[in-house]
Design a protein around this ligand. Structure first.
Ligand SMILES: [Zn+2]
Length: 124
């Protein structure tokens, strides 16, 4: 057992005591601890990270269907490398039908199979 000074009145009180005998102020933890969290509840961080932009799968699909040959849907979802590849294929080979066929099929497959953006966030 040790004696500590009360934060309110500076009187010596036991560190085992829950309140100061002189003034009744709580002893040991001058700052009250936060209440326990309920399930699913989170503390708001003082410097919270900005939420990632919520991308919708509908927009991804529409961009893929109409602008998929230019890789716009991949730029939208953050897959910049794929988008650049599709853009270059279409620009360089687009005057041949094969370039449009390649990127068109590629975009179609992505529209069907990809449901998360480049950061792994599910597009809903
Ligand atoms: Zn006190």
């Amino acid at each position: 057992m040790a004696l500590v000074n009360c934060v309110e009145c500076d009187r010596e009180v036991s560190d085992k005591a829950t309140a100061c005998v002189g003034c009744g102020a709580p002893v040991g933890s001058p700052l009250p601890s936060p209440p326990p969290l309920r399930a699913g509840q989170v503390y708001a961080a003082p410097h919270a990270q900005p939420q990632p932009v919520a991308r919708t799968r509908v927009a991804y699909i529409l961009l893929g269907l109409f602008l998929g040959g230019l890789g716009i849907h991949n730029f939208y979802a953050g897959y910049h490398g794929r988008g650049i590849a599709q853009l270059l294929i279409t620009l360089l080979l687009g005057w041949l039908i094969i370039g449009v066929v390649i990127t068109g099929l590629w975009a179609l497959i992505e529209v069907i199979t990809v449901d998360t953006d480049a950061t792994g966030v599910r597009m809903v």
